[in-house]
Design a protein around this ligand. Sequence first.
Ligand SMILES: Cc1cc2nc3c(=O)[nH]c(=O)nc-3n(C[C@H](O)[C@H](O)[C@H](O)COP(=O)(O)OP(=O)(O)OC[C@H]3O[C@@H](n4cnc5c(N)ncnc54)[C@H](O)[C@@H]3O)c2cc1C
Length: 292
Amino acid sequence: MTALPPFERHRPGTVEEATGLFDRLGSDAVAYVGGSELFLLFKFGFADYPHVVDLKGIDELRGIARSDGMLRIGAAETHRAIERHPEVRDGWPAFAAMERGVGNLRVRTQGSIGGNLCFADPHSDPATFLLAADGEVEARRGGGDVRRIPIGELISGPFENTLGQGELLTAVVVPALAPGAAIVHRKFVLHERPAITVTCHLRVEDEELADVRLAVGSAGVRAVRGEEAEDVLTGASVAELDEPLDRAGELAGEASDPVEDANGSVEYKRQLVKVLSGRAVRDAVAEARDLT
Ligand SMILES: Cc1cc2nc3c(=O)[nH]c(=O)nc-3n(C[C@H](O)[C@H](O)[C@H](O)COP(=O)(O)OP(=O)(O)OC[C@H]3O[C@@H](n4cnc5c(N)ncnc54)[C@H](O)[C@@H]3O)c2cc1C
């Protein structure tokens, strides 16, 4: 690893100014917030841009607030700011807990939620959580309108997002849980980044599982919903969960479409997804029953 290559830093104060810079500088410019991903690429020599655009001074990308019953988080807010924010801890405790589990203190203090999602590293806790939470993001370019994008449509592949040239992620929107619903995030870490992430959202109605959303990430190239697993779990009786959980775990393992890497083989990862899904579902059931 070498020192950072030389570059010119720009500090726009608005989305319009930032877009103006990208229009003028074209492919010579790249955005950053914490730089925990981008500057690592620079240091390894995998990327080299003569102009970097620091988004931290854009007010529209800042702030954490409840709005219309939803949690709106500015894209430039750090993991640390999110995990410590009273509104998040009180109203979205599972989201705060997930954020508290991201990386280490240095990564959480430097890295932003927007940077995490835009970089689209397959090993992302927020991407998996937001998929099960039915989260969305907001994006804007120049003087244009805010575009709302479901989280599943933001990340198109490993290290690929669907934002247009000069378009910025401005905010992340997390819906409130419906009455009686619980959401639980579980992860398994072998090296620095998660090897498997699983989030389960559900309700328990008349001792049966309802509104099940099971997201699995970090095993394959991007986080996905295990829809067939959700179908098996929906309507399952709390008293007889073993069999549906076994089957759902297998289906979630298949849906995660693992790739073999330093975290293990395809078979091993499927097994990890199965075990972790089982834990997430059981924990979510226990939480949801406590609420009724
Ligand atoms: C050691 C280590 C451990 C980690 N562990 C975990 C973990 O356990 N779980 C996990 O989920 N993540 C983990 N991460 C990833 C970490 O969460 C991200 O590195 C961080 O959130 C990225 O944010 P950033 O602001 O530093 O991104 P930057 O490096 O500033 O930007 C990343 C990319 O996103 C683009 N970008 C940034 N913001 C915007 C925006 N608003 N609009 C458009 N494009 C934008 C940039 O152009 C760049 O391409 C880890 C990282 C490290 C280095």
